[in-house]
Ligand binder design. Sequence first.
Ligand code: PLP
Length: 403
Amino acid sequence: MSEASRLRAEFPLLAANPGLHYLDSAATAQIHRTALDAVAHHETHRRANVLRGSHRLAEAADQAFDSARRSVARFLNARSADEVIFTSGATAALNLVAQAFGATLQPGDRVLISLAEHHSNFVPWQMLRDRAGIALDILPVGVNGELDLAALPQLVTDRTRLIAVTQCSNVTGAWTDVAAIVAAARAVDARVLLDGAQAVQHGPQDVQALGVDFYAFSGHKAFAPNGIGVLWGRAGVLASMPPFLGGGGMIDEVTAEKSSWAEPPRRFEAGTPPIAQAVGLAAALDWMMALDWATIHAREARLCQQMIDGLQRIPGLRLLGPEASVRRAPIVSFDIAGLHPHDVCQVLDHHGLALRGGHHCAQPLLAALGVDTCSRASLALYNDEADVAACLDAVAAAVATLT
Ligand code: PLP
């Protein structure tokens, strides 16, 4: 049994569907058995609200929730678990920064994003611009969708307060040169927000080595449940921000006249948090931390190259994304002249393949690449050569059927 097959067997949905070639992990990765088991165990043994009860169950739930926060901190190599805020997902985490850090900005301050951003790191900043009178600058991309870092010196000014960029494009798979972004930000004392949504399923991260100030991701892209995500923030930066949502759990004291705030992370976790989901996330991240990532990365890179080479041979198909020399995650997007990706993906579905077709919530990037929509094959640690071969055969069949 190959290593990929062994891993595949640990994912209940994949194990139950041996004929399925799941190539849509960039949208949602499959949930690992250990995360499912952890959620079920929590709900059947420790279900209670957190941070408010003094009975035995509530104490057990508190401990599980605290322990989950420590697992996330280890996965991110954060200095302290208090830098980890649980949210409902990456989108909520990015909006939290736009709202809470955004509240510290003055009219005329500038935020820099890139044209390659997912809508969830685009729209909140446009909303902040329209609400707060800040200026929004946009780093352009080159012909293959890679960030045009040469434009940084013109776009980073002494009014730039934040640079918010993706760590890895959900369309092209290109990894961002985070060190170049951080250096440009530090030169003007700006903060850096990294959208790690597409990075986390490719291994543990190191926010200290990355040198950023905020890091956002979703659990469902890291083999964990839906409805849970994380915003990591540098302690001093979090402490300088006001809360975004008001309610239970985020206060120090409330009187009829006014309220004062708890310290981070609780300041940013109003209401009952997604407790079992956090426990499931921790189980998935603990499992990931024990894997041999060098071997997995080598396999992902090999499969990605096989996919690129095979697709390139199909007449009328245009690959979107960086040159071979650029470091990329195993995400391969393509356009077939005259065919809508929804039709392509429907034919692929009949062949047992799950791919995504559409605008991938990245319309500005797709416009820069000269397409409205495209198809996307995204691979994860449970994919193997058979998935790539099935995809190449099915895409060729789709072209033959539909043209
Ligand atoms: N950022 C990137 C790069 C993404 O690919 C996605 C989802 O596809 C998101 C953010 C938003 O993630 P979620 O929908 O889980 O909040």
